[in-house]
Design a protein around this ligand. Structure first.
Ligand SMILES: O=C(O)CCC(=O)C(=O)O
Ligand SMILES: [Fe+2]
Length: 637
């Protein structure tokens, strides 16, 4: 404690805090404080549901200043940094010099224009998802007190202040809460200074200057710049980019509307951690398990006021630590209290390359921090390590816990359901697509009435048998295709239901000039459409060929199926195909018979039915063969 007090006073001198003139503001009346009870009170009260970013109405467009005049002390500091390269004071050999890394080299390799206000906007959008549109004006304007302020959202409202632990203190004391600071755990040669040591808020900000030599910093900067792919900015010209890495966990990191997938700590990260953690007195088992890597392209790049209060880290609910390493250009780091008792005061510190900084205890609950724009031109990288306290349910680390295992199971179940639903939806979509396509095909036939289409093949066959108008080739082909598809389905079904019957050949009709086709198999059933698939054999020129097609059942009754003289069926089909059912035509060319109409064919079919069936004839082809042929026929469509 003594050590801390001394450190704090020395750090105050060290700080380049500049008292900013502030507008006299009437402080809101403090709410009645909680009774000053110690013992029975819980260690940590549940957080208030309201977030400290109170929703505020959008401010009217505020004109952006023509340039950003940074505070004078920053300009001076920037000038000093520009003239003195941080590498200059390190002795390097010629070889090393060739390999020497200067972050200034990176300047200009990124988009030139840009406005880091986007970063702030995106950052805030995450906290206020309901605000989807960007304020019409730049979200920064010059305040009366020459400070850069965000109109949206501003400092948390006093009325949203959390309950206090007691009248005197915001939080339980560090001793009671048994909070050990990293500065206390650190070896004595790492002399941390706590430039904020707010015991009432149990909030501590530690600073260890020059933890690494410029040469070490240069190597680290180079390693990071070359290995990390900082995500492309959400908006063109955005000059601050953030990458995210974890160790042994797959939690993502959400900021500025981006969801960053975690990358596992690479070896170089563990090497850097080893060096940094030595200064924090932590063994590897206690090292932080996540890191945000921020690349600030130049002085125009900044990070707006925020707290590292993501649910992952639980920083508003319990003591947490954040450790950061700065590399590259020096930048000012600012902190301010969310609910200051007295006048608004911003604490500032310049973070140089190689400096370490910690934010400990309840700092994320009571303070916000930022990196404002500066007049410098070089890039800066900061690594910010944290400990994940609450893994995302999807995270593998979470799944290895008991609760995680249950949630994991639920997730897997959800996954399976989602997959099944997805597959079903795809099936449905493709069935709908097919149905729609068919309907579209047929809707071209304006004279088709819907009932015919809906009644399926029967309707189609009707249309062929009793055409309401002339059908062209294409229409006819479509109808026949439909009939074929339909027939094939019914043959399959018949096979499944064991409804295929052996058929008996009937003697050829005397005088027929074509070889009759003899039914070999037929389904026992006719379907809703009144069609029965029948397999025929033809022995023309001594060569047997097989063919199957449907017979409209009005022409052949179920009981007649095994005795039908199929030549008529074949002729009927041939006529269908030639679309001349109603046109008397000489049949000599094809059938050698008299010209016939549908009705005559039907009559012929009926007449062809004979009674001399021979039982038990085995089908000559297998069902597979039948289906294969069918497949072949269908493939031409
Ligand atoms: O760059 C820094 O030093 C601060 C980084 C920071 O605030 C953050 O990553 O949340
Ligand atoms: Fe931060």
């Amino acid at each position: 404690m003594d050590r801390l007090t001394t450190q704090c006073s020395s750090s105050k001198e060290m700080m380049k805090a500049k008292a900013m003139p502030t507008k006299p503001k009437a402080l809101p009346k403090r709410r009645p404080s909680a009774p000053s009870l110690r013992g029975p009170m819980p260690k940590q009260r549940p957080a208030k549901p309201s977030c400290h970013f109170a929703p505020m109405p959008l401010q009217p467009a505020a004109p952006r200043p023509p340039s950003h005049p940074p505070p004078k002390h920053l300009l001076q500091e920037a000038k000093r940094q520009r003239t003195a390269s941080p590498w200059d004071d390190d002795e390097v050999t010629e070889d090393e010099e060739a390999d020497q890394w200067k972050w200034q080299d990176w300047h200009g390799q990124w988009d030139d224009d840009g406005d880091d206000d986007e970063w702030v906007f995106n950052w805030m959008k995450r906290k206020h998802p309901s605000r989807s549109s960007k304020p019409s004006a730049a979200p920064w304007f010059e305040d009366d007190d020459n400070d850069w302020e965000q109109p949206w959202p501003k400092r948390p409202r006093f009325s949203d202040a959390p309950e206090r632990w007691s009248e005197e203190e915001w939080e339980q004391s560090r001793q009671e809460a048994e909070l050990k600071l990293l500065g206390e755990l650190a070896p004595s040669e790492s002399s941390w200074e706590y430039f904020i040591s707010d015991e009432s808020r149990r909030s501590f900000v530690g600073y260890l200057p020059s933890a690494f030599t410029p040469k070490e910093c240069g190597m680290m900067f180079k390693q990071i710049k070359e290995s990390v792919s900082f995500p492309e900015p959400m908006t063109p010209g955005q000059r601050t980019r953030t990458a995210w890495m974890t160790r042994g966990c797959s939690c993502k990191y959400c900021y500025g509307g981006l969801e960053l997938e975690s990358e596992q700590f690479p070896v170089w990260m563990l090497e850097i951690l080893k060096k940094v953690m030595k200064h924090c007195g932590l063994l590897s088992k206690d090292w932080p398990d996540s890191c945000t890597l921020n690349f600030l392209e130049d002085g125009e790049a900044s990070m707006g006021w925020h707290a590292d209060d993501e649910g992952l880290f639980q920083g508003k609910l319990e003591d947490i630590s954040v450790v950061s390493l700065s590399l590259g250009e020096s930048r000012t780091f600012e902190l301010r209290r969310n609910w200051p008792e007295a006048e608004k005061a911003t604490e500032k510190i310049t973070l140089k390359s190689g400096d370490l900084l910690t934010m400990e205890g309840m700092t994320q609950k009571h303070f916000m921090h930022r990196i404002p724009k500066a007049g410098c031109s070089g890039p800066r990288i900061s690594l910010t390590w944290r400990w994940i306290r609450k893994h995302y349910p999807e995270c593998l680390a979470h799944r290895s816990t008991m609760n995680g295992a249950v949630e994991n199971f639920k997730l897997e179940l959800q996954d399976s359901c989602a997959r099944i639903i997805c597959a079903a939806e795809q099936e449905l979509a493709s069935a709908n697509y097919e149905a729609k396509k068919r309907k579209e095909d047929f809707s071209e036939f304006t004279s088709f009435d819907d009932t015919k289409i809906q009644s399926g093949t029967a309707g189609m066959w009707n249309e062929i048998a009793n055409p309401t108008r002339d059908l062209d080739e294409r229409e006819r082909a479509l109808i026949l295709r439909e009939a074929d598809v339909d027939r094939r389905e019914r043959i399959l079904q018949a096979k499944e239901d064991n409804h295929l019957l052996p058929m008996t050949p009937t003697p050829a009709r005397a005088g027929a000039r074509f070889s009759p086709r003899l039914p070999l198999q037929a389904t026992q059933q006719t379907d809703d459409y009144g069609l029965s698939p029948v397999l025929f054999s033809s022995t023309k020129s001594g060569q047997e060929t097989l063919e199957s097609f449907c017979i409209p059942s009005p022409l052949v009754t179920e009981s007649e199926l095994d005795t039908v003289e199929v030549g008529s069926c074949h002729r009927l089909k041939a006529m269908f195909e030639r679309r001349d059912m109603d046109t008397p035509r000489p049949t000599a060319r094809r059938t050698g018979g008299p010209s016939q109409t549908i009705a005559a064919t039907a009559a012929a079919l009926q007449a062809a039915v004979t009674g001399n069936a021979t039982e038990g004839r085995k089908p000559r082809v297998t069902m597979q063969e039948l289906l294969r042929q069918d497949e072949e026929r269908l493939s031409v469509y």
